[in-house]
Design a binder for this molecule. Structure first.
Ligand SMILES: NC(=O)c1ccc[n+]([C@@H]2O[C@H](COP(=O)([O-])OP(=O)(O)OC[C@H]3O[C@@H](n4cnc5c(N)ncnc54)[C@H](OP(=O)(O)O)[C@@H]3O)[C@@H](O)[C@H]2O)c1
Length: 249
């Protein structure tokens, strides 16, 4: 219950799915948690679920001004932070010939650029011994139809993490990537998996995932806690797939 006692954690895209599950777990483990998201009502609802230790900040990770505002708010409210989880992400699946410039740019603006500048703006506030965790995707390791732009944007995170792990080592700040496999979150609906396709989608995925089902967001949250806490104290620069074995097939 005290794994993150006296720690401050910031989680982008923390109003739903993996980010929200991580925020709840980090708070339950004693952290003061800041969640960011682009929809005010979703951020408000998340804060109400996480509890009194939570702070919500609204903004778009594609906007560098938002990252500056988050850093300022964290400085004013807490003086610094211990954990930064860059988790906000978007995914559209389509064959490469159909990807427009706007679609390509939108994915890179959120998934890669948003992470880069989020870390750049918050990193001076990270306390020695802190941790940065980037939510990637198994799409950067495994060839998946229609995922080229998304996979490329997520592959950048692995490269960022390796360089940052080196740049921040003297402060004891560890930097890792957590790569989910298919996980039961709102992102599935955003990809167009409606209630009527849901059973067929899950059955199709179950065949491709050795553990035979989608991940639950709480399972990703537990892996996130492991990577950002002292349990992962000698782990830096890695990309951990939490995917029920899907990447190995
Ligand atoms: N679920 C999966 O199967 C899966 C697999 C591999 C990787 N991932 C990655 O896991 C991360 C979390 O996704 P999830 O599955 O938990 O889905 P999710 O519930 O849709 O969470 C993504 C969060 O990011 C927020 N977000 C998106 N664009 C943003 C922006 N420009 N500025 C600020 N916030 C933004 C979303 O807010 P809105 O709701 O307002 O859009 C949402 O709260 C993402 O990086 C995703 O790529 C998920």
């Amino acid at each position: 219950m005290d794994t993150l006692k006296n720690k401050v954690a910031v989680i982008t895209g923390g109003a739903s799915g993996i980010g929200l599950a991580s925020a709840k777990l980090f708070a339950a483990e004693g952290a003061q948690v800041v969640v960011t998201g682009r929809r005010a009502e979703a951020v408000e609802a998340a804060v109400a679920q996480i509890g009194p230790a939570a702070l919500g900040l609204v903004g778009d990770v594609a906007d560098i001004g938002h990252h500056k505002a988050v850093a300022q708010a964290v400085r004013e409210r807490f003086g610094g932070l211990d954990v930064y989880m860059a988790n906000a992400g978007v995914n559209t699946i389509m064959p490469s010939p159909e990807v427009t410039e706007a679609e390509y740019d939108a994915q890179f603006a959120v998934n890669a650029r948003g992470v880069f500048f989020g870390v750049q703006k918050i990193e001076p506030l990270l306390r020695d011994g802190g941790a940065i965790l980037l939510t990637g995707s198994i799409a950067s390791q495994k060839a998946l139809h229609g995922h080229a732009a998304y996979a490329g944007s997520k592959a950048a995170l692995e490269a960022f993490a390796r360089v940052w792990a080196l740049e921040l080592k003297d402060r004891g700040v560890r930097v890792n990537v957590l790569s989910p496999g298919p996980t039961d979150t709102a992102i599935l609906g955003k990809l167009g998996v409606g209630p009527e396709q849901r059973d067929a989608f899950e059955a199709g995925m179950a065949e491709r995932i050795p553990l035979g089902r989608l991940a639950r967001p709480e399972e990703l949250a537990r892996a996130a806690l492991f990577l950002v806490s002292d349990a992962g104290s000698f782990i830096t620069g890695v990309n951990l797939a939490v995917d029920g074995g899907m990447t190995m097939l």
